[in-house]
Design a protein around this ligand. Structure first.
Ligand SMILES: Nc1ncnc2c1ncn2[C@@H]1O[C@H](COP(=O)(O)OP(=O)(O)OP(=O)(O)O)[C@@H](O)[C@H]1O
Length: 322
């Protein structure tokens, strides 16, 4: 559905060159839900703007929904939906009218646009709001209307740029339920950016992390957690001496790294805690150490992001809410 090869975009400002996107290579298969993540200034918006034909690349190539972004931008636009960060609907307009107008912009007949508008209003649980003015909707309802506008022409691929920023946790969860339902019903491909990593973790099939304009990690959330951060295994022992012996013993387990002792506690990272734990317990037993407690913690996507980029997305999250 999306294939980019060495996609690059540079900007010239005040005599300096900014390499916003440098050689981006991504493949997104039909039906996938991909979370496109990165710290502020990583190049996410510039990439999305190129893929949605709002900006020309400096070099490299990309096809989106089977169309080349440079030679066939109209083809791309006909096949994609794009929900940007701002509100899509016009002030003073009524909800259904906005959807019908949007459908007409895509060449639908009035009757066809009206039928599709009512269909989307129902799926997105906005049917009671059809005749209301857009600004009288709640934040969550307005965001669902933005999504309805992006879907009016039944695109095969939907780009969502920070769809849930500014919504309270309940509205966020509700929005994702609706998106999941739409996806299940239509088999749509979705590419989204978000500053909420828990959200990306819960809903994305695959996570691509970009930094300094290039892909630095690509995989399922679980793969990245295993490869990048690993699980943390913590043992407590009855005495500091036992903890030191335990630390020396687990050095012999090849997958254990970042081994650290603190008093009677020993911590280490392993790729999969559940798989390595029996071996760790065996080597402790052989060293004569019987742990008092054992804990295996899966890292969060925040931990992965911090390891990869040296930055937390939480700062960006706060900015997004301003
Ligand atoms: N029109 C422009 N002119 C000059 N520099 C730009 C322009 N657009 C983006 N940049 C620069 O390109 C880099 C990437 O910006 P981009 O907006 O793509 O990042 P981002 O990952 O979307 O960040 P954010 O999460 O803050 O939206 C930044 O250094 C930015 O300042």
């Amino acid at each position: 559905m999306i294939h980019t090869r060495a996609l690059t975009r540079t900007f010239r400002t005040k005599g300096t060159t900014v390499e916003a996107v440098r050689g981006l290579d991504i493949d997104v298969e039909a039906g996938e839900l991909l979370a496109f993540l990165g710290p502020n200034g990583a190049g996410k918006s510039t990439s999305l703007r190129m893929l949605t034909t709002l900006l020309l690349p400096t070099s490299g190539s990309a096809t989106v929904a089977g169309c080349d972004i440079v030679s066939d931008p109209r083809g791309v636009r006909r096949r994609i939906g794009y929900v940007g960060q701002g509100r899509s609907a016009g002030v003073g307009q009524r909800v259904r009218d906005e959807l019908v107008t949007q459908g007409r912009c895509y060449g639908m007949s009035h009757a066809e646009a009206r039928t599709r508008a009512d269909e989307l209003l129902e799926v997105l649980e906005l049917d009671g709001t059809a005749d209301r003015e857009v600004e009288k909707l709640s934040g969550g309802q307005q965001r669902r209307l933005d999504i309805a506008m992006g879907l009016i022409h039944r695109p095969a691929l939907l780009f969502l740029d920070e769809p849930s920023t500014g919504l309270d946790p309940h509205s966020r969860a509700n929005l994702w339920e609706h998106i999941a339902r739409l996806r299940a019903e239509n088999g749509m491909t979705i590419v989204l950016t978000t500053h909420y990593l828990d959200e990306a973790d819960a809903i994305a099939d695959r996570v691509v992390v970009v930094d300094h304009g290039t892909v630095i990690a690509d995989g399922t959330s679980d793969e990245l957690k295993g490869k990048v951060s690993g699980d943390q295994v913590t043992f407590t022992t009855e005495a500091a001496e036992s903890a030191r012996r335990a630390a020396a013993a687990v050095e012999r387990v090849p997958s254990a790294h970042a081994i650290d002792t603190d008093g009677t506690t020993v911590r280490m990272r392993v790729e999969r805690g559940d798989a390595v734990l029996p071996e760790l317990l065996r080597v402790l037993g052989a060293a004569g150490v019987e742990p008092l407690t054992v804990q295996v913690q899966r890292p969060t996507l925040d931990d992965v992001f911090l390891t990869l980029t040296g930055r937390s997305l939480r700062d960006g999250d706060q900015e997004g809410e301003k």
